[in-house]
Design a binder for this molecule. Structure first.
Ligand SMILES: NC(=O)c1ccc[n+]([C@@H]2O[C@H](COP(=O)([O-])OP(=O)(O)OC[C@H]3O[C@@H](n4cnc5c(N)ncnc54)[C@H](O)[C@@H]3O)[C@@H](O)[C@H]2O)c1
Length: 389
């Protein structure tokens, strides 16, 4: 049987695991999968563009498990009361092709994107980074802020959004975390001044230049997250010309990332090479580094494996009769007879592919019970925050 993790289930799971610990567990799982990069079958995501947005399918496999995510990006949606990004995903067993998990991935995408920003910033930002500018204060923003606060030591964040209500909402949501100082700013330039890390996570389907060269200071690290589609950028090309640019999967980022503005042979480094220690991250204190984030299928694969593992550990999720469980696998026709269908489905043992799940391997490889950053700041937080963690 396929397990279902709908939104109420995932949000309950996050409460049980603790938000900080969940982000750390995700980051560890994604990191471990980046270290075995050559094992994955990789391809750029499959995209369907329309004037208002994009719908994407993101598949990958490690030969044992297969995953795909369905995700959109419609920057105009919030004006109609809808989210810019919504997503769901499937984890399947390669040997049989049976789906093991159908999961919500809107919340999971925000968490995994924050976890990936964390991994990149750990490798590329100046050691001891304390101040981040967060440009674009929409749905993803709190997750980016908390991931870098809890797990990198960012304790002050300057904020800017063209929509002041978005900044106010973010400040309200993060008020239970007083160890994180938040400062709203009138402009991007004001927010960026003096920052160690700048995260741009805006949504606008056009060639935007949220950051221009005169805003950039030596030694900054930029997490450019919002430019993730052809014709949708956030950085002026002159910033990319001066920077050491790190990407997830070059063939995809050449088309979708900030580097779509650059010649096809402009130098870039894939993140997995940095994480594996094959090449250095930041090379010197004055270097400008850019993580040109677009989101890659491997990160969603890791997320689905982690969610699957945690559901089993916490006894959450429910079984979903998504694919047949037939006594005679050739008797698909029996499902058209209501009486026989009920009888056959009810009698058979559930499919047991989950027993061999990749999650078990992750479980062995990572001692997630001892994940670092586990609510060690609990004493500094107020009750509302403690409930989450
Ligand atoms: N790289 C990845 O892996 C990844 C993953 C998820 C989302 N994204 C992208 O991140 C972006 C943000 O997603 P979201 O769900 O938070 O969207 P959202 O619509 O909820 O928030 C975007 C915010 O950006 C603000 N904004 C737009 N133009 C701006 C500008 N010029 N200056 C300052 N603020 C501006 C908007 O007012 C809004 O508050 C989207 O572009 C999405 O496609 C990337």
């Amino acid at each position: 049987m396929t397990q279902l993790a709908d939104l109420p289930t995932l949000s309950r799971l996050i409460r049980e695991v603790g938000l900080s610990r969940f982000i750390q567990g995700l980051a560890d799982t994604i990191h471990a999968d980046f270290l075995r990069w050559p094992q994955f079958q990789k391809q750029p995501r499959v995209v369907n563009h329309s004037p208002g947005g994009v719908i994407e399918l993101m598949p990958t496999s490690d030969g044992h498990r297969y995953a795909f995510k369905y995700v959109n990006g419609h920057p105009g949606n919030p004006a109609h009361g809808l989210s810019t990004v919504v997503a769901f995903g499937v984890l399947a067993d390669v040997e049989t092709g049976y789906p093991l998990l159908l999961s919500e991935m809107t919340l999971a995408t925000a968490l995994r994107t924050a976890a990936v920003s964390l991994l990149a910033a750990r490798a590329l930002a100046r050691p001891g980074a304390r101040r981040m500018a967060l440009i674009g204060n929409g749905a993803q923003a709190e997750f980016q802020a908390l991931a870098l606060h809890w797990h990198l030591g960012i304790d002050e964040i300057t904020l800017h959004d063209v929509d002041p209500h978005a900044t106010q909402r973010l400040m309200r949501n993060l008020a239970p975390y007083p160890s994180l100082r938040l400062r709203p700013c009138e402009s991007t330039a004001q927010a960026v001044r003096g920052a160690d890390i700048v995260t741009t996570i805006t949504a606008d389907k056009r060639r935007a230049t949220i950051l221009t060269p005169e805003m950039i200071e030596p030694g900054m690290h930029l997490n450019a997250v919002g430019g993730d589609c052809p014709g949708k950028t956030e950085l002026h090309a002159d910033i990319l010309r001066q920077a050491r640019v790190v990407v997830e999967y070059e063939p995809q980022t050449r088309v979708e990332g900030e580097i779509q503005q650059m010649p096809a042979d402009s130098p870039v480094t894939e993140l997995w090479r940095v994480l594996s220690g094959e090449v250095p991250g930041r090379e010197h204190a004055m270097q400008l580094t850019v993580f040109d984030s677009v989101g890659f299928a491997l990160e969603d694969f890791s997320t689905l494996c982690y969610v699957h593992q945690q559901l089993q550990r916490h006894g959450l999720g429910r079984e979903l009769a998504l694919v047949p469980s037939l006594q005679d696998p050739k008797d698909l026709f029996s499902l058209t007879d209501p009486e026989r269908a009920e009888h056959v489905q009810g009698q058979l043992p559930a499919y047991t592919g989950a027993q061999h799940d990749a999650a078990a391997r992750h479980d062995d490889a990572l001692d997630l019970d001892a994940a670092p950053g586990d609510c060690d700041y609990g004493t500094r937080r107020q009750p509302a925050a403690r409930a989450l963690c």
